[in-house]
Design a protein around this ligand. Structure first.
Ligand code: ADP
Length: 512
């Protein structure tokens, strides 16, 4: 009886294992072939696809083995049951393996998909930056012509009264557009983490002098009073980014003038206190008696595109980018920017910045002692676009300088090398030019074996205004970098400063 019952149970176990195992194997074959089809669609596994057919073949053979065991073998002996058990275990094993494999592969391909997406995003970001760089170049070139011609036209004898006022408005609008382009480019750079601040020796007192002169003129033009206090507290040289500090203060002063109605007052206060060994803590306060800021808007004031009055009828033009950009610059310099304001009473923007004291000796108004006049100076303009060269030439003509023109870098190098040493006082060099670009031309000039090859000021005058371009031009041996459209005063001052420094160097060389 036991044997009878045991025999039946073994039989049942044998058939159920064969039956369930076959069913599982059919499922495995189906699942595995779907899995392989799926893989074939993914580009990373496309090539291994043929190899993966082998396991399917094995699974089919396994399945046929089942069927033949089910058909041809009777569960008469223990060994037959064991065979069925092994086959059943095999199906479960294949099932588990296939599930694990499919999970692993889907994770791997998911990672690869994300990597591919990241790569595509990076690529598109690169394309965007290149696009912005090209567009900025393209936009600056016509702006250069507009601002340059406008400056020259304003000096024409017949230009007075209403006409002069119109030219003035063209100038203001073009400069406004330029500011906007710069801010958009900067914001793009900031978002990509590419905006960097320099840490070089600088003259803070000179920077403040320039800022206060520019802001004073703008305030005066609007009929506002302007006061700059505390610049005498700067008695040392520091290391930092002079251009960025000027940029931050000018943006705040520009806003102060913009958001203050006549009669009103704009102030710049500077104070300085020691901040440990070799460092001084500066506070720059830009104060106005203007329209003030609503308390509820203050927390958002440094956000991108934040403007208190978003309406299109807003009487103050603007984009809401200026403060966002300078907040990022102040952060990069390790400083802090804050604001206090009362509606209809005025606002005070405060920048706290700690600067390292430079080892350079402090000579008050150093630059002025080196300054030279442009009258009679000979300047070589290396520029491929004749209209751009003409504008720069006209601007320099106003100051009495003499200019000559080379249409590309190669011709520039040739003209310079064929001239008598000391014939030219400076070179204004475009960067992007056919035949030979400005960086190569500068290196070629610096390599020449003649007395003035190393000392002649070479100033980049170009529509490429990215920080990386500035670094490239300085690395190539240029003395300064002016972004087009060059502001007339900035052009004159840069030339004077560079020529003054070159004179000092050549006197030093001659003295030795
Ligand atoms: P924009 O001036 O181009 O709109 P900003 O980023 O420079 O952009 O300023 C953002 C906003 O902050 C301005 O739209 C204005 O509402 C407010 N704001 C900035 N400076 C002042 C100020 N000195 N007085 C009053 N409001 C100001």
């Amino acid at each position: 009886m036991w044997t009878q019952m045991g025999g039946n149970m073994l039989k049942a176990a044998f058939y159920s294992m064969i039956f369930l195992g076959s069913a599982l194997m059919i499922y495995n074959i189906y699942g595995f072939s779907r899995f392989i089809r799926d893989l074939a669609g993914r580009k990373y596994f496309g090539r291994g696809n043929k190899l993966l057919r082998l396991p399917i073949l094995l699974l089919i053979m396994f399945f046929l083995g089942y069927v033949s065991v089910g058909i041809f073998i009777r569960p008469a002996e223990l060994i037959h049951i064991i065979i069925a058990g092994i086959l059943f275990g095999g199906s479960i094993f294949v099932f588990v393996m296939y599930r694990m494999l499919s999970t692993i592969v889907s994770r791997v391909t998911e990672n690869e998909r994300l990597e591919a997406e990241l790569h595509a995003a990076e690529q598109s970001n690169r394309t965007k930056t290149e696009f912005l760089s090209t567009i900025s170049h393209e936009m600056r070139t016509p702006l250069n012509v507009i601002i340059g011609l406008d400056t020259v036209a304003q000096t024409e004898p017949g230009v007075t009264g209403n006409i002069k006022e119109m030219f003035n408005r063209i100038d203001l609008s073009a400069k406004h557009l330029l500011g906007l382009i710069n801010n958009i480019l900067d914001m793009n750079h900031i978002e990509q983490g590419k905006l960097t601040v320099k840490n070089t020796d600088m003259s803070l007192s000179h920077a403040i002098e320039q800022v206060s002169a520019i802001a004073g003129a703008v305030a005066d033009q609007k009929g506002l009073a302007f006061v700059c206090e505390g610049s005498e507290s700067i008695t040392k040289h520091y290391t930092g980014d002079e251009m960025m500090i000027k940029r931050v203060l000018l943006e705040l002063l520009d806003n102060a003038v913009k958001y203050t109605d006549v009669p009103g007052k704009v102030e710049l206060h500077i104070s300085c206190a020691p901040a440990g060994e070799n460092r001084d803590a500066f506070t720059f306060e830009v104060k106005d008696s203007g329209i003030g800021i609503e308390e509820s808007f203050i927390p958002n004031i440094f956000d991108v595109f934040a403007r208190e009055d978003q309406s299109s009828t807003n009487r103050f033009g603007g984009s809401g980018l200026g403060l966002a950009v300078i907040k990022n610059i102040v952060d990069l310099m390790g400083g802090r920017i804050s604001v206090e304001s009362k509606k209809n009473e005025g606002s005070t923007f405060r920048v706290d910045l700690t600067l390292e004291i430079s080892s350079l000796p402090f000579v008050p108004k150093r630059e002025q002692t080196e300054e030279v006049e442009l009258e009679g100076k000979r300047i070589l303009i290396v520029e491929d676009l004749p209209e751009n060269a003409e504008i720069v030439s006209d601007l320099l003509d106003l100051e009495g300088a003499v200019t000559e023109h080379a249409i590309n870098g190669k011709i520039g190098v040739q003209i310079f090398s064929e001239s008598e040493p000391g014939y030219y006082d400076a070179v204004l060099m475009d960067l992007r030019m056919p035949v030979m670009d400005g960086l190569t031309a500068t290196r070629e000039i610096r390599k020449l074996d003649r007395a003035d090859a190393k000392t002649i000021p070479i100033i980049a005058l170009t529509a490429n205004a990215f920080e990386s371009d500035i670094k490239q031009s300085l690395d190539a041996g240029m003395n300064a970098h002016l972004a087009k459209p060059a502001d007339a005063d900035l052009l004159y001052n840069t030339l004077k400063k560079c020529m003054g420094a070159a004179n000092a160097v050549s006197t030093e060389v001659n003295d030795k």
